[in-house]
Design a binder for this molecule. Structure first.
Ligand SMILES: O=C(O)CCC(=O)C(=O)O
Ligand SMILES: [Fe+2]
Length: 316
């Protein structure tokens, strides 16, 4: 059969109707992608996957009124004050209103090296050009795009990568430090900046997530995995702060208000300064661990994080 034999399908009528968003849905479904890639397929190819119950975001992503927030009002202030008082990992408070804390001894050198090895596995081929921002999609999600706002490479340490022992250790430590459930954390995002790479001023807050069960990103734990590089500082221009990359260092800041943890705090907008030095040797590797106010991992299973899962590379 020719690919064109599959026209976008529509199934049912009225409230239960659902449609495919792509001509390729039928071919992908035949190739088994509804099971292999359900977060994209069951939403965008609902007719071909027989998943009309997933077609409506309102129904699929309804909020559970009984769900307890992972970050409740006041938690941000309590958490940062506790971290300062505890004194573990050599904390330095750079700002208190809002909080920005650096933990120079968060990772051991071995752990940083282990994360670097994970980032570089298969010759670094898991990295893709970083995306950000992005336009809305017909399914009400954001489709991040590569833009001038950011030049770097990114990979998600998700699914199988969770089980790597260094990742597991680091996630458990972060969870214990912040006293948040594992499900509120996104998979670790690994970043690579080469000579000239940067990330312009932004907030980590994703507005579309506020109305979703995952809630917005409330806290960022940012890990520096390499050092001895020129540039590449993380700067907070509204606070006059600049954090240098240093192996094993973590920076911790909120993207929301302590009293209203689903409301953005624009005082912590930040940028990654360009990495300087010789082409080929200038390199900054780092990682983001984002904590949400809701259960991010449960929301991710149901394609309810507001970010469109990528389509299958092709129908085989
Ligand atoms: O690379 C940095 O220093 C900061 C990166 C960042 O802000 C981000 O990935 O959201
Ligand atoms: Fe950021």
């Amino acid at each position: 059969l020719q690919r064109s034999a599959f026209a976008p399908a529509t199934v049912g009528a009225g409230d239960d109707a659902c449609a495919d968003m792509s001509d390729e849905c039928g071919a992908w479904a035949v190739a088994g992608e509804c099971e292999a890639n359900p977060r994209h397929m069951k939403v965008s190819c609902a007719a071909s996957c027989g998943s009309c119950d997933w077609a409506s975001a309102e129904r699929r992503c309804a909020l559970d009124p009984r769900a307890l927030p992972a970050v409740a009002p006041g938690d941000i202030n309590r958490t940062f004050a506790r971290i300062e008082a505890l004194g573990e990992y050599a904390p330095r408070v750079l700002s208190r209103e809002p909080w920005v804390v650096v933990l120079d001894a968060f990772l051991s050198a071995e752990e940083a090296d282990a994360l670097v090895a994970i980032a570089n596995r298969d010759g670094g081929s898991h990295f893709v050009s970083s995306q950000s921002g992005g336009a809305g999609t017909p399914t009400g999600m954001v489709n991040p795009v590569v833009s001038e706002h950011r030049r770097s490479a990114t990979q998600w340490c998700a699914d199988g990568c969770w089980n790597e022992s260094a990742v597991e250790r680091v996630l458990s430590r972060a969870q214990a430090l912040l006293r948040v459930p594992r499900g509120s954390c996104e998979p670790l995002q690994l970043l690579r900046y080469e000579q000239g790479d940067y990330y312009r001023l932004h907030s980590d807050y994703v507005p579309e997530q506020r109305a979703l069960p995952c809630g917005p990103r409330a806290i960022t734990l940012f890990l520096y995995l390499t050092e001895n590089l020129e540039g590449g500082h993380t700067t907070f221009p509204r606070l006059g702060l600049s954090i240098a990359p240093k192996k094993g260092r973590a920076a911790l800041w909120p993207s929301t208000l302590s009293d209203s943890p689903t409301v953005v705090d624009l005082r912590t907008v930040h940028a990654a300064e360009p990495v300087l030095g010789a082409a080929g040797s200038a390199l900054k590797l780092s990682a983001n661990l984002w904590v949400h106010t809701g259960d991010f991992m449960a929301a991710r299973e149901r394609a309810c994080t507001g970010v469109q899962a990528p389509p299958p590379p092709s129908a085989r």
